[in-house]
Design a protein around this ligand. Sequence first.
Ligand SMILES: [Zn+2]
Ligand SMILES: [Zn+2]
Length: 145
Amino acid sequence: MNNDFSSALKKSGLRKTKHRTAVLGVLDGSARPVAAEDVYLSLKEDGVSINLSTVYRVLDTLASSGLVTRLSIAGEPRSLFEINTMEHRHYLVCVGCNKIECIEGCPLKAYEKTLEKQTRYAIAGHRLDIYGYCPECRDKGRGAK
Ligand SMILES: [Zn+2]
Ligand SMILES: [Zn+2]
């Protein structure tokens, strides 16, 4: 996506700044959720002059405006961030190396409907992350049964 995020920022009532655009660019270009430190390193590589505490502040602002989602995943002590796609996501987490991947689609949509019928709850959402050992970790003999 080639995007200067002007309209997204405007919709969220945020002023467009160089730093906000740059941070959104890193999140948008990443296939998986990233920590503030990763955003910082990637910006530094691109020659953007920014310091880590600014990255934290920008991420905080973007997260509270809803443009960015903050994830806390068990086993990962840092908060991870990704562009809020409005679509909820699920993650596959490697407990060997803490790698995180998005799972395509949601396996729980039909189950929610069944559960609503069974319980008369109006289901508002759910959380689901799946843990295991990734292929690389398995090749190193981890997670063997
Ligand atoms: Zn792994
Ligand atoms: Zn889901």
